[in-house]
Ligand binder design. Structure first.
Ligand code: GLV
Ligand code: MN
Ligand code: MN
Length: 412
Protein backbone atom coordinates (compact mmCIF):
# COMPACT_ATOMS: atom_id res chain seq x y z
CA UNK A 1 0.00 0.00 0.00
CA UNK A 2 1.15 3.56 -0.75
CA UNK A 3 1.87 6.04 2.06
CA UNK A 4 -0.99 8.34 2.87
CA UNK A 5 -1.29 11.58 0.94
CA UNK A 6 -1.00 14.74 3.01
CA UNK A 7 -3.02 17.79 2.07
CA UNK A 8 -1.74 21.30 2.83
CA UNK A 9 -3.63 22.41 5.95
CA UNK A 10 -2.37 26.03 5.97
CA UNK A 11 -3.34 26.47 2.33
CA UNK A 12 -6.88 25.22 2.97
CA UNK A 13 -7.34 27.65 5.84
CA UNK A 14 -5.98 30.63 3.93
CA UNK A 15 -8.09 29.90 0.82
CA UNK A 16 -11.27 29.58 2.92
CA UNK A 17 -10.46 32.85 4.71
CA UNK A 18 -9.83 34.61 1.42
CA UNK A 19 -13.09 33.43 -0.17
CA UNK A 20 -15.16 34.44 2.85
CA UNK A 21 -14.03 38.06 2.47
CA UNK A 22 -15.31 38.17 -1.11
CA UNK A 23 -18.92 39.31 -1.09
CA UNK A 24 -18.83 39.92 2.69
CA UNK A 25 -21.93 41.78 3.89
CA UNK A 26 -21.76 44.49 6.56
CA UNK A 27 -24.18 42.56 8.79
CA UNK A 28 -22.17 39.30 8.54
CA UNK A 29 -22.01 36.47 6.04
CA UNK A 30 -21.19 36.66 2.35
CA UNK A 31 -23.22 36.93 -0.82
CA UNK A 32 -21.78 35.80 -4.14
CA UNK A 33 -24.79 35.46 -6.42
CA UNK A 34 -24.11 34.10 -9.89
CA UNK A 35 -22.83 36.65 -12.45
CA UNK A 36 -22.17 39.34 -9.85
CA UNK A 37 -18.93 41.22 -9.20
CA UNK A 38 -18.30 39.22 -6.01
CA UNK A 39 -18.92 35.96 -7.85
CA UNK A 40 -16.43 36.97 -10.52
CA UNK A 41 -13.84 38.10 -7.99
CA UNK A 42 -14.06 34.72 -6.25
CA UNK A 43 -13.66 32.93 -9.58
CA UNK A 44 -10.60 35.00 -10.46
CA UNK A 45 -9.01 34.11 -7.11
CA UNK A 46 -9.82 30.43 -7.67
CA UNK A 47 -8.48 30.59 -11.22
CA UNK A 48 -5.16 31.81 -9.81
CA UNK A 49 -5.08 28.96 -7.28
CA UNK A 50 -5.79 26.41 -10.02
CA UNK A 51 -2.92 27.82 -12.08
CA UNK A 52 -0.58 27.84 -9.08
CA UNK A 53 -1.51 24.20 -8.54
CA UNK A 54 -0.11 23.50 -12.03
CA UNK A 55 -3.50 22.72 -13.57
CA UNK A 56 -4.69 23.69 -17.05
CA UNK A 57 -7.59 26.10 -16.52
CA UNK A 58 -10.63 26.38 -18.76
CA UNK A 59 -13.95 28.18 -18.47
CA UNK A 60 -17.10 26.86 -20.15
CA UNK A 61 -20.04 28.65 -21.75
CA UNK A 62 -21.88 29.33 -18.46
CA UNK A 63 -18.79 30.23 -16.43
CA UNK A 64 -18.04 26.91 -14.77
CA UNK A 65 -14.29 26.66 -14.18
CA UNK A 66 -12.16 23.55 -14.62
CA UNK A 67 -8.55 22.92 -13.60
CA UNK A 68 -7.14 19.83 -15.28
CA UNK A 69 -4.36 17.46 -14.34
CA UNK A 70 -3.73 15.56 -17.56
CA UNK A 71 -3.66 11.80 -17.19
CA UNK A 72 -2.23 9.09 -19.38
CA UNK A 73 -5.80 8.37 -20.47
CA UNK A 74 -7.61 11.57 -21.49
CA UNK A 75 -10.99 10.10 -20.54
CA UNK A 76 -13.07 9.26 -18.62
CA UNK A 77 -12.25 12.25 -16.44
CA UNK A 78 -12.51 12.20 -12.64
CA UNK A 79 -14.24 15.42 -11.57
CA UNK A 80 -13.97 16.84 -8.05
CA UNK A 81 -15.41 20.09 -6.75
CA UNK A 82 -18.43 22.13 -5.68
CA UNK A 83 -20.00 25.57 -6.23
CA UNK A 84 -18.63 29.11 -5.90
CA UNK A 85 -21.94 30.96 -5.50
CA UNK A 86 -23.56 31.49 -2.09
CA UNK A 87 -26.95 32.16 -0.60
CA UNK A 88 -27.60 35.68 0.70
CA UNK A 89 -25.65 36.11 3.97
CA UNK A 90 -24.24 32.63 3.57
CA UNK A 91 -21.51 31.11 5.71
CA UNK A 92 -17.83 30.41 5.14
CA UNK A 93 -18.07 26.82 3.97
CA UNK A 94 -21.14 26.01 1.86
CA UNK A 95 -19.68 25.38 -1.60
CA UNK A 96 -16.35 27.01 -0.73
CA UNK A 97 -15.14 23.97 1.22
CA UNK A 98 -15.77 21.65 -1.73
CA UNK A 99 -13.88 23.94 -4.11
CA UNK A 100 -10.92 24.53 -1.77
CA UNK A 101 -10.86 20.87 -0.70
CA UNK A 102 -10.74 19.78 -4.34
CA UNK A 103 -7.82 22.10 -5.11
CA UNK A 104 -5.91 20.87 -2.03
CA UNK A 105 -6.65 17.25 -2.92
CA UNK A 106 -5.54 17.57 -6.55
CA UNK A 107 -2.39 19.49 -5.52
CA UNK A 108 -1.43 16.65 -3.19
CA UNK A 109 -2.16 14.06 -5.88
CA UNK A 110 -0.14 15.96 -8.49
CA UNK A 111 2.87 16.12 -6.18
CA UNK A 112 2.94 12.33 -6.16
CA UNK A 113 1.52 11.58 -9.61
CA UNK A 114 2.53 14.35 -12.07
CA UNK A 115 0.91 12.25 -14.80
CA UNK A 116 -1.81 10.11 -13.21
CA UNK A 117 -3.45 7.21 -14.97
CA UNK A 118 -6.69 9.13 -15.51
CA UNK A 119 -7.26 12.82 -16.05
CA UNK A 120 -8.49 14.60 -12.92
CA UNK A 121 -10.25 17.96 -12.97
CA UNK A 122 -11.29 20.41 -10.29
CA UNK A 123 -14.86 21.55 -11.09
CA UNK A 124 -15.98 24.96 -9.86
CA UNK A 125 -19.70 25.10 -10.49
CA UNK A 126 -20.89 28.60 -11.35
CA UNK A 127 -24.31 28.33 -9.68
CA UNK A 128 -26.06 25.98 -7.30
CA UNK A 129 -28.03 28.07 -4.80
CA UNK A 130 -30.91 29.75 -6.69
CA UNK A 131 -29.96 32.84 -4.68
CA UNK A 132 -30.37 35.31 -7.54
CA UNK A 133 -32.41 33.49 -10.19
CA UNK A 134 -34.45 30.37 -9.47
CA UNK A 135 -32.49 28.68 -12.24
CA UNK A 136 -32.30 25.15 -10.86
CA UNK A 137 -28.65 24.05 -10.56
CA UNK A 138 -27.44 26.14 -13.50
CA UNK A 139 -23.80 25.03 -13.41
CA UNK A 140 -24.28 21.29 -13.25
CA UNK A 141 -27.29 21.23 -15.58
CA UNK A 142 -25.17 23.05 -18.16
CA UNK A 143 -22.47 20.41 -17.79
CA UNK A 144 -25.01 17.70 -18.58
CA UNK A 145 -26.44 19.65 -21.52
CA UNK A 146 -29.82 19.97 -19.79
CA UNK A 147 -30.35 23.71 -20.27
CA UNK A 148 -32.50 25.07 -23.05
CA UNK A 149 -30.82 28.40 -24.01
CA UNK A 150 -34.30 30.02 -23.95
CA UNK A 151 -34.26 29.55 -20.16
CA UNK A 152 -31.70 32.34 -19.90
CA UNK A 153 -34.27 34.87 -21.17
CA UNK A 154 -36.97 33.52 -18.85
CA UNK A 155 -35.36 33.92 -15.43
CA UNK A 156 -35.23 37.37 -13.83
CA UNK A 157 -33.61 38.54 -10.62
CA UNK A 158 -35.26 40.83 -8.06
CA UNK A 159 -34.26 43.87 -10.16
CA UNK A 160 -35.80 42.46 -13.33
CA UNK A 161 -32.44 41.64 -14.97
CA UNK A 162 -32.63 38.48 -17.06
CA UNK A 163 -30.13 35.73 -16.58
CA UNK A 164 -29.10 36.23 -20.22
CA UNK A 165 -28.28 39.91 -19.55
CA UNK A 166 -26.35 38.94 -16.43
CA UNK A 167 -24.31 36.40 -18.44
CA UNK A 168 -23.47 38.93 -21.14
CA UNK A 169 -22.04 41.30 -18.52
CA UNK A 170 -19.30 38.71 -18.07
CA UNK A 171 -18.80 38.08 -21.78
CA UNK A 172 -20.80 34.84 -21.76
CA UNK A 173 -23.13 34.26 -24.72
CA UNK A 174 -26.36 32.44 -23.75
CA UNK A 175 -26.64 30.99 -27.26
CA UNK A 176 -23.52 28.98 -26.54
CA UNK A 177 -24.86 27.28 -23.40
CA UNK A 178 -25.16 23.88 -25.14
CA UNK A 179 -21.37 23.93 -25.69
CA UNK A 180 -20.91 23.44 -21.91
CA UNK A 181 -22.13 19.88 -22.26
CA UNK A 182 -19.60 17.16 -21.43
CA UNK A 183 -19.76 13.47 -22.07
CA UNK A 184 -16.21 12.59 -20.98
CA UNK A 185 -16.77 12.51 -17.21
CA UNK A 186 -16.54 9.13 -15.48
CA UNK A 187 -17.00 10.11 -11.82
CA UNK A 188 -17.77 13.11 -9.61
CA UNK A 189 -16.81 13.59 -5.96
CA UNK A 190 -17.95 16.48 -3.78
CA UNK A 191 -16.87 17.44 -0.28
CA UNK A 192 -19.37 19.52 1.71
CA UNK A 193 -20.39 20.46 5.21
CA UNK A 194 -23.33 18.42 6.46
CA UNK A 195 -25.50 21.52 7.02
CA UNK A 196 -27.48 19.49 9.57
CA UNK A 197 -26.89 18.31 13.14
CA UNK A 198 -26.31 14.54 12.86
CA UNK A 199 -22.49 14.23 12.75
CA UNK A 200 -21.97 16.96 15.35
CA UNK A 201 -24.53 15.50 17.73
CA UNK A 202 -23.21 11.96 17.36
CA UNK A 203 -19.55 12.96 17.51
CA UNK A 204 -18.78 11.22 14.20
CA UNK A 205 -15.89 12.47 12.05
CA UNK A 206 -17.30 12.03 8.56
CA UNK A 207 -20.53 11.39 6.68
CA UNK A 208 -20.78 9.36 3.51
CA UNK A 209 -23.84 10.42 1.53
CA UNK A 210 -25.93 7.57 0.18
CA UNK A 211 -28.69 9.69 -1.39
CA UNK A 212 -29.84 13.29 -1.79
CA UNK A 213 -33.41 14.34 -1.04
CA UNK A 214 -35.88 15.26 -3.78
CA UNK A 215 -36.44 19.01 -4.10
CA UNK A 216 -39.25 21.17 -5.45
CA UNK A 217 -39.67 24.89 -5.69
CA UNK A 218 -43.20 26.09 -6.43
CA UNK A 219 -43.92 29.72 -7.30
CA UNK A 220 -47.24 30.92 -5.93
CA UNK A 221 -48.93 34.16 -7.05
CA UNK A 222 -51.77 35.34 -4.85
CA UNK A 223 -53.80 38.07 -6.53
CA UNK A 224 -56.26 40.05 -4.42
CA UNK A 225 -57.04 43.74 -4.62
CA UNK A 226 -55.07 46.79 -3.49
CA UNK A 227 -57.28 49.17 -1.51
CA UNK A 228 -57.13 51.93 1.07
CA UNK A 229 -56.04 50.57 4.45
CA UNK A 230 -58.07 53.12 6.37
CA UNK A 231 -61.38 53.06 4.58
CA UNK A 232 -61.94 49.58 3.14
CA UNK A 233 -64.15 47.50 5.46
CA UNK A 234 -62.60 44.13 6.32
CA UNK A 235 -65.44 42.25 4.65
CA UNK A 236 -64.79 44.06 1.35
CA UNK A 237 -61.07 43.29 1.15
CA UNK A 238 -59.20 40.92 -1.09
CA UNK A 239 -56.07 40.96 1.08
CA UNK A 240 -53.41 38.89 -0.67
CA UNK A 241 -51.11 38.90 2.34
CA UNK A 242 -53.73 37.68 4.82
CA UNK A 243 -54.44 34.77 2.44
CA UNK A 244 -50.70 34.19 2.09
CA UNK A 245 -50.26 34.10 5.86
CA UNK A 246 -52.77 31.24 6.02
CA UNK A 247 -50.87 29.46 3.23
CA UNK A 248 -47.51 29.82 5.00
CA UNK A 249 -48.94 28.20 8.12
CA UNK A 250 -50.59 25.51 6.01
CA UNK A 251 -47.21 24.63 4.44
CA UNK A 252 -45.73 24.12 7.87
CA UNK A 253 -48.72 22.02 8.90
CA UNK A 254 -48.44 19.94 5.75
CA UNK A 255 -44.82 18.98 6.45
CA UNK A 256 -45.71 18.18 10.05
CA UNK A 257 -48.56 15.93 8.92
CA UNK A 258 -46.29 14.05 6.53
CA UNK A 259 -43.72 13.68 9.32
CA UNK A 260 -39.91 13.60 9.30
CA UNK A 261 -38.01 14.11 7.04
CA UNK A 262 -40.62 16.04 4.99
CA UNK A 263 -39.82 19.75 4.63
CA UNK A 264 -41.87 22.71 3.41
CA UNK A 265 -40.54 26.25 3.72
CA UNK A 266 -41.63 29.67 2.58
CA UNK A 267 -38.41 31.65 2.67
CA UNK A 268 -39.28 34.37 0.25
CA UNK A 269 -42.27 36.69 -0.05
CA UNK A 270 -42.68 39.64 -2.39
CA UNK A 271 -45.56 41.85 -1.34
CA UNK A 272 -47.02 44.37 -3.80
CA UNK A 273 -47.24 47.26 -3.50
CA UNK A 274 -45.61 46.80 -0.04
CA UNK A 275 -46.91 50.04 1.46
CA UNK A 276 -48.11 50.52 5.03
CA UNK A 277 -51.38 52.18 4.03
CA UNK A 278 -52.40 49.84 1.19
CA UNK A 279 -54.17 46.49 1.53
CA UNK A 280 -51.72 44.12 -0.19
CA UNK A 281 -52.91 43.47 -3.73
CA UNK A 282 -50.51 40.75 -4.85
CA UNK A 283 -48.06 38.45 -3.11
CA UNK A 284 -45.54 36.26 -4.87
CA UNK A 285 -43.81 33.59 -2.86
CA UNK A 286 -41.88 30.38 -3.31
CA UNK A 287 -42.50 27.13 -1.46
CA UNK A 288 -39.40 24.96 -1.10
CA UNK A 289 -40.53 21.38 -0.41
CA UNK A 290 -38.38 18.27 -0.05
CA UNK A 291 -38.58 14.56 0.63
CA UNK A 292 -36.09 11.72 0.03
CA UNK A 293 -38.87 9.38 -1.15
CA UNK A 294 -40.03 10.27 -4.67
CA UNK A 295 -43.64 9.19 -4.13
CA UNK A 296 -43.89 11.26 -0.94
CA UNK A 297 -42.09 14.17 -2.60
CA UNK A 298 -44.74 14.15 -5.32
CA UNK A 299 -47.56 13.88 -2.79
CA UNK A 300 -46.09 16.81 -0.88
CA UNK A 301 -45.83 18.85 -4.07
CA UNK A 302 -49.43 18.10 -5.06
CA UNK A 303 -50.62 19.09 -1.57
CA UNK A 304 -48.63 22.35 -1.69
CA UNK A 305 -50.54 23.32 -4.80
CA UNK A 306 -53.92 22.02 -3.65
CA UNK A 307 -53.82 23.67 -0.23
CA UNK A 308 -52.71 27.05 -1.58
CA UNK A 309 -55.51 26.98 -4.15
CA UNK A 310 -58.15 26.00 -1.56
CA UNK A 311 -57.03 28.70 0.86
CA UNK A 312 -57.14 31.19 -1.99
CA UNK A 313 -60.77 30.25 -2.70
CA UNK A 314 -61.81 30.66 0.91
CA UNK A 315 -60.16 34.11 1.00
CA UNK A 316 -61.63 35.28 -2.31
CA UNK A 317 -58.23 35.76 -4.00
CA UNK A 318 -56.88 34.20 -7.19
CA UNK A 319 -54.02 31.72 -6.78
CA UNK A 320 -51.70 30.57 -9.54
CA UNK A 321 -48.97 28.03 -8.91
CA UNK A 322 -46.12 26.92 -11.13
CA UNK A 323 -43.43 24.37 -10.40
CA UNK A 324 -40.03 25.99 -10.98
CA UNK A 325 -37.87 23.13 -9.77
CA UNK A 326 -38.58 19.40 -9.74
CA UNK A 327 -35.50 17.41 -8.85
CA UNK A 328 -36.11 13.81 -7.78
CA UNK A 329 -34.04 12.15 -5.06
CA UNK A 330 -30.65 10.98 -6.33
CA UNK A 331 -28.89 7.87 -5.05
CA UNK A 332 -25.11 8.10 -4.92
CA UNK A 333 -22.91 5.53 -6.64
CA UNK A 334 -22.66 2.42 -4.40
CA UNK A 335 -19.15 1.72 -5.76
CA UNK A 336 -17.80 5.18 -4.94
CA UNK A 337 -19.58 5.15 -1.56
CA UNK A 338 -17.83 1.85 -0.78
CA UNK A 339 -14.50 3.26 -1.97
CA UNK A 340 -14.89 6.32 0.28
CA UNK A 341 -15.73 4.09 3.24
CA UNK A 342 -12.61 2.02 2.57
CA UNK A 343 -10.31 5.04 2.52
CA UNK A 344 -11.90 6.41 5.71
CA UNK A 345 -11.51 3.03 7.44
CA UNK A 346 -7.85 2.93 6.39
CA UNK A 347 -7.32 6.25 8.16
CA UNK A 348 -9.14 4.95 11.25
CA UNK A 349 -11.77 7.71 11.34
CA UNK A 350 -15.39 7.24 12.38
CA UNK A 351 -18.10 7.67 9.76
CA UNK A 352 -21.74 6.97 9.07
CA UNK A 353 -24.00 7.02 6.05
CA UNK A 354 -26.40 9.92 5.63
CA UNK A 355 -29.16 11.12 3.34
CA UNK A 356 -28.58 14.75 2.40
CA UNK A 357 -31.57 17.00 3.02
CA UNK A 358 -29.73 19.82 1.24
CA UNK A 359 -29.47 20.06 -2.52
CA UNK A 360 -26.08 19.76 -4.22
CA UNK A 361 -24.47 19.70 -7.67
CA UNK A 362 -24.04 15.99 -6.92
CA UNK A 363 -27.80 15.60 -7.10
CA UNK A 364 -27.78 16.64 -10.75
CA UNK A 365 -24.51 15.08 -11.89
CA UNK A 366 -25.29 11.90 -9.93
CA UNK A 367 -28.14 11.12 -12.24
CA UNK A 368 -25.81 10.55 -15.18
CA UNK A 369 -22.35 10.20 -13.69
CA UNK A 370 -21.28 7.89 -10.84
CA UNK A 371 -21.12 10.37 -7.95
CA UNK A 372 -20.59 10.46 -4.20
CA UNK A 373 -20.24 13.03 -1.43
CA UNK A 374 -18.28 13.31 1.80
CA UNK A 375 -19.66 15.42 4.67
CA UNK A 376 -17.80 17.01 7.55
CA UNK A 377 -19.75 18.02 10.69
CA UNK A 378 -21.53 21.37 10.95
CA UNK A 379 -21.35 22.89 14.44
CA UNK A 380 -24.91 22.75 15.86
CA UNK A 381 -26.11 21.88 12.35
CA UNK A 382 -26.11 25.56 11.37
CA UNK A 383 -25.94 26.50 7.67
CA UNK A 384 -27.29 29.03 5.14
CA UNK A 385 -26.34 31.48 7.86
CA UNK A 386 -23.16 33.25 8.97
CA UNK A 387 -23.30 30.90 12.00
CA UNK A 388 -22.06 28.08 9.75
CA UNK A 389 -18.89 26.71 11.41
CA UNK A 390 -16.63 23.68 11.32
CA UNK A 391 -13.23 23.81 13.06
CA UNK A 392 -10.22 23.19 10.83
CA UNK A 393 -9.36 19.95 12.61
CA UNK A 394 -12.77 18.58 11.61
CA UNK A 395 -12.41 19.85 8.04
CA UNK A 396 -9.05 18.21 7.34
CA UNK A 397 -10.22 14.56 7.57
CA UNK A 398 -12.81 15.37 4.91
CA UNK A 399 -10.19 16.80 2.56
CA UNK A 400 -7.85 13.86 3.23
CA UNK A 401 -10.58 11.35 2.53
CA UNK A 402 -11.45 13.21 -0.65
CA UNK A 403 -7.81 13.18 -1.75
CA UNK A 404 -7.45 9.47 -0.95
CA UNK A 405 -10.62 8.58 -2.85
CA UNK A 406 -9.68 10.67 -5.90
CA UNK A 407 -6.20 9.19 -5.86
CA UNK A 408 -7.63 5.67 -5.89
CA UNK A 409 -10.01 6.48 -8.70
CA UNK A 410 -7.49 8.39 -10.77
CA UNK A 411 -4.17 6.75 -10.11
CA UNK A 412 -4.72 3.03 -9.60
C1 GLV B 1 -28.90 24.30 -1.54
O1 GLV B 1 -28.03 24.60 -0.73
C2 GLV B 1 -30.19 23.89 -1.07
O2 GLV B 1 -30.28 22.80 -0.50
O3 GLV B 1 -31.12 24.68 -1.19
MN1 MN C 1 -26.33 25.97 0.04
MN1 MN D 1 -23.70 23.83 -1.13
Amino acid sequence: MMDSLNVDVALIESYLDRLYVIGALPGGGAWRPVYSLAWNEARQAIRGWLEEAGLAVREDAVGNLFGRLEGVEPEPVILVGSHVDTVYAGGRLDGALGVVGAIAAVRAIRARHPRPKRSIEVFVSCEEEDSRFVCDFWGSRALLGQIDPAEAERYRDADGITLAQAMRQFGLDPRRIPEARRSDVGAFLELHIEQGPVLDREGIALGVVEAISGLNRTAVRVAGRADHAGTTPLAMRGDALVATAAMVLAMRGLAEELGEPARATVGRLDVHPNQPNIVPGVVDFVVDSRHPDRALQQRLLAEVQRRCENIGKSHGVVVETSVLVDQPPTPMSPEIVALIERVIERRGWSYRRLVSGAGHDSQILGRQIPTAMIFVPSRNGRSHSPAEYTPLEQIIPGVQALADAVEELGCT
